[in-house]
Design a protein around this ligand. Structure first.
Ligand SMILES: [Zn+2]
Ligand SMILES: [Zn+2]
Length: 329
């Protein structure tokens, strides 16, 4: 890595102004090549000025990657445009550096294509009102994800498989990573950059009963922009198809706690079989029990298994269920 001589931003600015001021004359020149060469010179100076401005703040951000990372880390959670990264890095090929930071160094940087889909499906909420373009970027959190290099290798292998569509590939990748937060960027890649990947994720969750959670679908402890498959079992058929807003309503009403044993995620421990919260239909869906607040109850996975063993045929009334949940002494 060569140490870059810090240029004087003010001097660069003056040179740039002079070039642009003289451009009035340049524009009158008959020779197209001459005009373009002058513009290219201005373009080059502009990028050198961008680099100088960053170096003024952080003198040891020598490489283009260093400066891109510095800039993204300063604006974590914000949408940053490719033009900004070009100015900051001083190079044209900044997308390659962004990919390296993501894939080799584990910085969870979303691309515009992923951001757009996630916003559309309600999986990502951003404050910016801007229209998201493919060369936009967003660093999800200010820390390196240690497992990400390995996961990107697996994502690449699954993506290349001849069999299965995007949805099957997303599921396969999630099943290899049960309990691990996965970024939307990874899922998009696995699905072969399909523009519909986020919708496929939603279908896996809402139609096929896979317990894929996000911060906005029942796991407020998760960071934005990541998906987690909680276990590799599909939900019981009678528990599927509960709309997201209803799931969240029930969880919030029950304060994200198991009604029976009071377990909550902050008590998560590897030696405890209780690993997640699930929703139980007091009257099963198959017995015309509805997806309503009244008919749904939050249980941990252990208590949920238990109630299905105790009341195999689902003949308990709501009163019986609630007196099991909360026996009167
Ligand atoms: Zn419980
Ligand atoms: Zn149930």
């Amino acid at each position: 890595m060569s140490s870059r001589k810090i240029e004087n931003p003010e001097q660069l600015r003056e040179e740039l102004v002079r070039l642009l001021r003289n451009f009035e004359e340049t524009l009158k020149n008959e020779n197209l090549r001459f005009k373009i060469l002058k513009l290219a010179e201005a373009f080059g100076k502009l990028r050198r000025l961008g680099v100088a401005v960053v170096l003024l703040e952080e003198a040891d951000s020598n490489s283009a990657s260093d400066r891109i990372l510095l800039y993204l880390r300063r604006y974590v959670g914000s949408i940053v445009s490719g033009d900004e990264l070009m100015v900051v890095s001083g190079i044209q090929d900044y997308p390659r550096r962004v990919r390296e930071l993501r894939v080799q160094f584990g910085w969870n940087i979303l691309s515009g294509a992923a951001i757009k889909q996630m916003i559309h499906e309600g999986d990502l909420i951003v404050t910016e009102q801007t229209k998201v373009l493919p060369d936009h970027y967003l660093l999800l959190h200010d820390e390196q994800d240690k497992g990400s290099a390995y996961r990107w290798n697996r994502a690449n292998a699954i993506r290349k498989e001849k069999t299965g569509g995007g949805k099957q590939k997303i599921l396969k990748f999630l099943k290899e990573n049960v309990g691990v937060p996965i970024t939307g960027e990874e899922l998009r890649y696995v699905a072969g950059d399909s523009s519909e990947w986020a919708r496929r994720v939603r279908e896996l969750r809402t139609e096929d009963g896979w317990k894929i959670k996000t911060r906005h679908t029942g796991r407020p402890d998760l960071q934005q922009g990541v998906y987690i498959l909680e276990d590799d079992l599909q939900a019981e058929r009678h528990d599927r198809n509960i709309p997201d807003h209803m799931q969240i309503g029930v969880l919030e009403r029950d304060h994200y706690r198991c009604l029976k044993c009071d377990w909550s995620r902050d008590k998560l421990h590897p030696d405890d079989r209780r690993q997640r919260l699930e929703l139980h239909h007091v009257k099963y869906h198959s017995k015309k029990g509805e997806n309503t607040l009244e008919n749904l109850a939050t249980l941990c996975n252990v208590c949920h298994d238990l109630i299905h063993r105790l009341d195999k045929e689902n003949i308990w009334s709501a009163e019986q269920f609630y007196s099991w949940v909360n026996p009167t002494p």
